[in-house]
Design a protein around this ligand. Structure first.
Ligand code: 3PG
Ligand code: MG
Length: 396
């Protein structure tokens, strides 16, 4: 890995411009999930311990280059202060006079949070002038925002080129976890890919068949594969115009020796709602007036066997309509199996993506995985084999 860590940086007395992702969910002015805040704490503490002055840069929502008061990072400041346990000051603009004054007034042991970088259009256009204005505030750059590393923005990419740059602790952990799951994994390696649409995960499936030994396909996208195999899927969510593409993926997998695991039995219902009357049928026997909402118990048993025979697991996307009970059953059972094997030391398990983490949390399995990524889009792009601009800039 061609990037530096905080350990290799001169921090004492330096203003460390630290890009974090604290794009957290908020309801009625209160942060409802502090995971992303909690996960940047080690980085900020290590900068403070090294005698540096952490100046945090972040985006919040998508204000599109304008000041949108509801997207002010002032909303997040109290939760950040609570997590860090040190005073967190706030600058009402991330560049210019307010930011410069706040940096000058920052005392050792304190942290400064700058206002939403996306209040300026130059952030998302990666404008060199805007990056230079951010750069004028400090002398060391630390990127701890893996979950925003798929964006080539001024604070995630441009700034890295203007001064000595390093990865923060969370960035480091995310990249190491992904490297152990897909870069240089212990084999056999199994990927679970679920979710609604094949069309949104085409590149992912195309990349994974070349990299993993087993590919478990679940969720709505599995229906498209079943249809490609000539099975009726009733009223199920299914992209009928993607069946040729699904067939190509199956052929490619066969050619490179990647074993594709599709549901052999499925849980069907007549309505898309929680507690809808349901039955389990063979995957080739979905009634014409029913929809597939989950994988069945035989499929779960098969997935469990695949996990048992694997050393590494990477997971993105639920196996069924997990938000509707009892159609979370396959996702939960498979997640618990992965958690058990992980705890027994038999499996390295890595998961990412908003829905995925929600499903694993609901199953009580998330804490028992080897690593849970804070990233959605960036995790997916990394799994697709894409270069993340925020990471590439650290390597330059
Ligand atoms: C996220 O929440 O997915 C990241 O913070 C990136 O946000 P974005 O999708 O608005 O770039
Ligand atoms: Mg996103």
């Amino acid at each position: 890995m061609g990037w530096k860590t905080l350990d290799e940086m001169e921090l004492a007395g330096k203003v460390v411009l630290t890009r974090v992702d604290i794009n957290v969910p908020v309801e009625d002015g209160v942060v409802t999930d502090t995971t992303r805040i909690d996960r940047i704490v080690p980085t900020v503490k290590d900068i403070l311990a090294g005698g540096g002055k952490p100046v945090l840069m972040a985006h919040f929502g998508r204000p599109k280059g304008e000041v949108v008061p509801e997207m002010s990072l002032a909303i997040v400041r109290p939760a950040l202060e609570a997590a860090l346990g040190v005073p967190v000051k706030f600058a009402e603009d991330c560049i210019g006079g307010p930011a410069k004054i706040a940096v000058t007034e920052l005392q050792p042991g304190e942290v400064l949070l700058l206002e939403n970088t996306r209040f300026h259009p130059g952030e998302t256009t990666n404008d060199p002038m805007f990056a230079a204005s951010l750069g004028a505030l400090g002398s060391v750059y630390c990127n701890d925002a893996f979950s925003a590393a798929h964006r080539a923005h001024a604070s995630t990419e441009g700034l890295a080129k203007l001064m000595p740059a390093c990865a923060g602790r969370l960035m480091q952990a995310e990249l190491q976890a992904l490297e152990s799951a897909l870069g240089n994994p212990a084999r056999p390696v199994t990927a679970v890919v679920g979710g609604a649409k094949v069309s949104s995960k085409l590149e992912l499936l195309g990349n994974l068949v070349q990299k993993v030994n087993n590919l478990v396909i679940g969720g709505g996208m599995a229906n498209t594969f079943l249809a490609a195999q000539g099975h009726g899927v009733g009223t199920s969510l299914c992209e009928h115009d993607m069946t040729d593409t699904a067939a190509e993926i199956l052929a490619k997998a066969e050619e490179v020796g990647c074993s594709i695991v599709l549901p052999g039995d499925v849980v069907v219902a007549r309505e898309f709602k929680a507690q809808a009357a349901h039955e389990t049928v063979a995957a080739d026997a979905c009634p014409a007036d029913a929809m597939i909402l989950d994988a069945g118990p035989a499929s779960v048993a098969k997935i469990g066997q695949v996990f048992e025979a694997s050393k590494t697991l990477i997971w993105n996307g639920p196996l069924g309509a997990f938000e509707l009970e009892p159609f979370d059953a396959a996702t939960s059972a498979a997640a618990l199996k992965a958690a058990e094997l992980t705890e027994a030391g038999a499996l390295v398990s890595v998961a990412g993506g908003g829905d995925t983490v929600a499903a694993l949390n609901q199953a009580g399995a998330a804490d028992r995985f080897s690593y849970i990524s804070t990233a959605g889009g960036a995790f997916l792009e990394w799994m697709e084999g894409k270069t993340l601009p925020g990471v590439a800039a650290l390597e330059a």
